[in-house]
Design a protein around this ligand. Structure first.
Ligand SMILES: Cc1cc2nc3c(=O)[nH]c(=O)nc-3n(C[C@H](O)[C@H](O)[C@H](O)COP(=O)(O)OP(=O)(O)OC[C@H]3O[C@@H](n4cnc5c(N)ncnc54)[C@H](O)[C@@H]3O)c2cc1C
Length: 466
């Protein structure tokens, strides 16, 4: 009997795992491996919260694999450069005939996989499990990747209608998964580990919020988005499972913008857009902007303003609440990510890459493609980004999306007693109560900052304006 190896990376699940399924379909013996790479992860800027989450999910995965009689070998090396040799040794020792893995899209990951393919004697087969439509399959008439989301989405939907998708169930085990199978993990965590917990949350979201997502998704005080991102980023859950859950809930898949339930589906396509861009434009993985002319911008290097932003001490309540929520939980609502990113880049004129790195280190759902895409969108340096003159007014954003200040009060305790009418510009009320010292004055005047940013971007088009 032959012996095959399944290499788990950002696909820490049994359900919809084509590499695992194909290895098992051979009918031969299957073993599994995961390789921790602390030095590489540090170089990628991943933070301790996400790394802990990955470790918890690896425990859960090991237990789930055990239930189908597959042992998960846990190995460690410093960087991706060490993996080819490590894999060669492992395959020789274990007498592996074939290696199976699901593709990752990062540039270092793609290079690593090519090096492993060259190094090992066993056949290496790769599968798509991360995206519904594999990067590279959607190109314009000129053979280029789409640079604008809507035509990309149209092409994505057309491709999807032609090819469909097939959800691969988890391999049979003697007992179906329950929460007890997810290892000795912290069940009180906002993101309990394991695919059972992820699937429960997916189903609950679809039952309770899929249909009101479009109306409620922008209000951070409401639990109206799925908060599935940590699971999707670590591959504990796949987008194919999300599509199946939508279909089960609605009885159909909403494939046009007018259909109910489309808004959430649309976000999953955004996720794929950023992955396709990253594969098509390697410079995005090398700290380069998509719009090359924005390299001319001279960003501010003001460390104390950057620190005030990181610490949630800017004097703008919605910014400070959002950043403190991030610092304490590792997660931030999408509307808030857009607002704080806009503030860093367009009110403080600080390099979007500083913000990108800070998010990577803090987020429990850090995902290189989505994070880079989100930052380049907000900074107006990306493909299909916000136009440079679209500059959020942080006070107005707060008034619009957290009208009564419910979210602000939850995260900025100094503002707990400020009345609704003053919550978005509390300084005067605090001064009248002789509480002025408890909360900072705004670190910049938005109107002036806006003008400065407009001049900064215009200078890239007409260098004399600078
Ligand atoms: C500056 C900035 C940085 C971001 N960094 C990350 C990141 O590191 N990791 C990450 O997963 N998302 C990131 N996003 C996208 C988005 O904010 C999060 O995916 C979303 O807030 C996660 O919450 P949710 O699971 O409740 O999302 P839902 O609204 O329930 O959406 C479902 C899923 O769709 C995907 N998704 C939703 N919105 C987007 C989007 N705009 N772009 C790409 N995928 C999306 C996510 O996988 C999400 O879990 C970033 C956005 C911005 C503006």
């Amino acid at each position: 009997m032959k012996r095959h190896l399944v290499w788990f990376r950002t696909d820490l699940r049994l359900t919809h795992n084509p590499a695992l399924q194909r290895a098992l379909a051979t009918g031969d013996e299957v073993v599994a491996i995961h390789i921790d790479c602390p030095g590489q992860w540090q170089q990628h800027g991943l933070g301790s919260r996400q790394l802990a989450f990955i470790q918890q999910n690896l425990q859960a995965l090991a237990q789930a694999l055990q239930a189908i009689d597959i042992h998960l070998h846990r190995l460690e090396c410093a960087s991706f450069n060490d993996i080819p040799e490590l894999m060669l040794d492992f395959c020789q020792q274990q007498q592996i005939d074939a290696l199976f893995a699901n593709r990752e899209t990062g540039i270092n990951e793609l290079r690593r996989d090519r090096a492993v393919r060259d190094a090992i004697e066993a056949k290496f087969s790769m599968f798509e499990a991360d995206c519904i439509v594999s990067p590279g399959n959607l190109v314009t008439g000129n053979g280029e990747m789409y640079k604008v989301f809507t035509p990309f989405r149209n092409a994505w939907i057309k491709y999807f209608k032609e090819h469909g998708y097939k959800l691969l169930p988890a391999p049979d085990s003697d007992h179906p998964p329950t929460s007890g199978d997810d290892g000795n993990v912290d069940k009180d965590s906002p993101w309990p580990a394991g695919e059972y917990a992820a699937q429960q949350r997916l189903q609950q979201f679809c039952r309770e919020h899929l249909l009101d997502y479009k109306e409620l998704r922008d209000f951070p005080a409401l639990p109206a988005t799925s908060s599935l991102s940590p699971y999707l980023a670590a591959g504990v859950l796949s987008t194919a499972q999300c599509l199946q859950a939508i279909e089960q809930q609605l009885g159909y898949l909403p494939l046009s913008p007018g259909e109910q339930g489309f808004a959430w589906f649309n976000e999953l396509i955004w996720r794929e857009f950023y992955r396709h861009l990253m594969v098509a434009y390697p410079r995005l993985s090398m700290h380069q902007p998509f719009k090359l002319e924005t390299r001319l911008i001279k960003w501010s290097q003001d460390k104390s303003q950057f620190q005030a932003w990181c610490d949630g001490q800017t004097g703008y309540p919605i910014i400070d609440a959002a950043m403190r929520c991030l610092n304490q939980t590792g997660w931030m609502h999408n509307r808030l990510r857009m607002i704080v990113a806009s503030f860093l880049v367009k009110d403080l004129q600080i390099d979007w890459r500083w913000g990108e790195d800070y998010f990577m280190a803090q987020l429990i759902d850090a995902d290189f493609a989505s994070n880079n895409g989100g930052w380049q969108w907000a900074a107006s340096t990306g493909a299909d980004a916000a136009p440079y003159f679209r500059i959020f007014n942080p006070t107005v954003q707060g008034e619009r999306y957290d009208k009564q200040g419910e979210f602000i009060r939850a995260w900025v305790p100094e503002l707990a007693s400020v009345p609704d009418a003053d919550i978005h510009s509390p300084q005067q009320w605090l001064a009248e109560q002789e509480l002025g010292h408890s909360y900072p004055a705004p670190i910049v005047v938005h109107k002036e900052a806006r003008e400065k940013t407009l001049r900064m971007f215009q200078s890239t088009k007409n260098p004399e304006v600078a």
